[in-house]
Design a protein around this ligand. Structure first.
Ligand code: NAD
Length: 476
């Protein structure tokens, strides 16, 4: 069984530490072990990143871009290998893992280009004797904490802009999926990224997190994960007024208006809801369908859901893989059982399948007769379950969609330009899919409103959180 190590200051370390097991959620087997690092190792990584910062930040943008492009190329050359690691440690179908490698590499490519476009400004002074220069400079050492559901893309979406801006970084991947992140570090090493510029520690989240939050050398925390942990880190960041970027939970509504292309909406709901077994922060979590097209939508949707094959992500025919772990499974089942007890009807699915303590699946499920009092209509489910509610008026659908503390992604289907324009402006969400169920792409500013986050990743906006703005007033 491979024992993979941490990457600190260009060295593979941590073989002397206690270890954690990495589990294949398809069958519960242990596939590797990684060090259970804590405060000491986190401090070592912070020191290494701090040491490397002065030379890395002084490289030309072209040089930093060159490194990023090389890592992207290595990722793409090893697409199959990386995709397989991802499927083994988190269960998503291989087809989706390949797509994620492509998507993850695109953040490095995009920010390799953006590195060259970090522009300052000159501003006319208050009188003839003053000139003002506005400089953009890297914030310094960045600590990145990432979730398990997109083990490659959530790392590169931070690594790309941080390195492009001239920052150095320590990555702490999720306990469930460290192997993909470790392979990414190996690619960084192969690309010749200087020692200390990228570092990785695996281990106790609270202890490593505390080391990041309490060390003044860490200037910025970039976190993707649950809203609960995000709030905890925001509170901790106050002590040293650290910069924070937060990509947190979601509870995406989907609205199908009466003039929607129903077939397209059904296809969209399938690809958004069941991708990654529904364990996606922007996946549709509640569907509102106009009463005039409700029956048609439910029938076609249930028919399409019945075709989905659940199984091993390594099997090319699988559409829906296992649930990441038992806690995830219990939450999904709690939402489904709560809805059924309160009067919902399972048109299809409604049950899970526990293989053993470390491997479980949930049947793709469609629930009708749901209402806003059911847990599933106001909490993030993170599973392959689609509740469908009917509505009559546009205002009603918009009000239902906005009635959430989350504001990450929302979707709607309409063929009317007038209706669509009104709806896109009324929805309180950072990402809107109008007749589009898969809006994510490196060139767009991904992120949420309300309790879904702070800041944006991707697009030209995505590099800004890694930059300080400084102005110089020159007297002439
Ligand atoms: P999580 O919050 O449990 O864990 C995320 C990361 O935080 C992991 O690396 C974990 O080890 C770490 N962590 C946990 N406790 C910590 C602590 N006390 N201090 C420091 N770090 C700590 O989330 P998860 O279960 O891995 O991921 C699922 C969640 O992530 C969902 O809510 C999902 O919506 C969200 N998510 C959001 C986005 C986005 O872009 N907005 C993308 C993917 C996932």
């Amino acid at each position: 069984m491979p024992h993979k190590l941490n990457y600190i200051n260009g060295q593979w370390t941590g073989s002397e530490l206690a270890y954690m097991e990495v589990v294949n959620p398809f069958n519960g087997e242990t596939i590797a072990t990684v060090p259970k690092a804590g405060r000491r190792e986190a401090e070592m990584a912070i020191d290494a990143a701090h040491q490397a910062f002065s030379s890395w930040s002084r490289l030309s943008a072209q040089e930093r871009a060159g490194y990023l492009q090389r890592v992207a190329n290595i990722m793409l050359e090893n697409k199959e290998e990386l995709a397989r690691i991802m499927t083994l440690e988190m269960g998503k179908p291989l087809r989706e893992s390949r797509g994620e490698v492509q998507y993850a590499a695109s953040f490095l490519e995009w920010y390799a280009e953006e590195a060259k476009r970090i522009y300052g400004r000159t501003v006319p002074g208050r009188d003839a004797s003053q000139r003002i220069l506005v400089l953009k400079q890297p914030v310094g050492v960045v600590a990145a904490i990432t979730p398990w559901n997109f083990p490659a893309a959530m790392v590169t979406r931070k690594l790309g802009p941080a390195l492009a801006a001239g920052c150095t970084i320590i990555v702490k991947p999720a306990e469930q999926t460290p192997l993909t992140a470790i392979r990414l570090m190996e690619y960084c090493e192969q690309a010749g990224i200087p020692h200390g510029v990228v570092n990785l520690v695996t281990g106790d989240p609270a202890e490593i997190g505390d080391a990041f939050m309490s060390n003044p050398l860490v200037r910025k925390i970039t976190f993707t994960g649950s809203t609960a942990v995000g709030k905890h880190l925001i509170r901790k960041s106050a002590d040293q007024v650290k910069k924070v970027s937060m990509e947190l939970g979601g509870h995406a509504p989907m609205i199908v208006f009466e003039d929607a292309d129903v077939e397209k909406a059904v296809q969209g709901a399938i690809s958004s809801k069941f991708r990654n077994a529904g364990q996606t922060c922007i996946c549709m979590n509640r569907i509102y369908v106009h009463e005039k097209v409700y029956d048609r939508f439910v029938q076609a949707f249930a028919e399409a859901v019945s075709q989905l094959k659940v199984g091993d992500g390594l099997d090319e025919h699988t559409h829906v893989g296992p649930i990441i772990d038992r806690d995830g499974y219990e939450k999904i089942d709690r939402h489904v059982q709560d809805a059924l007890e309160k009067g919902a009807k399972a048109v299809i699915g409604g049950r899970g399948h526990i293989v053993n303590e470390r491997a479980c699946f949930y049947q793709p499920t469609v629930l009708t007769n749901v209402n806003s009092d059911m847990l599933i209509m106001y909490e993030e489910t993170f599973g392959p379950v689609a509740p469908i509610q009917t509505f009559q008026r546009d205002e009603e659908a918009i009000a239902l969609a906005n009635a959430s503390p989350y504001g990450l992604a929302a979707y709607f289907y309409t063929e009317s330009m007038k209706r669509g324009t009104k709806v896109m402006e009324a929805l309180e969400y950072g990402i809107i899919g109008w007749n589009d169920a898969l809006p994510s792409t490196a060139q767009a500013p991904f992120g949420g409103m309300k309790e879904s986050g702070i800041g944006r990743e991707g697009g030209s906006e995505g590099i800004e959180p890694y930059l300080e703005t400084k102005y110089v007033s020159v007297g002439i």
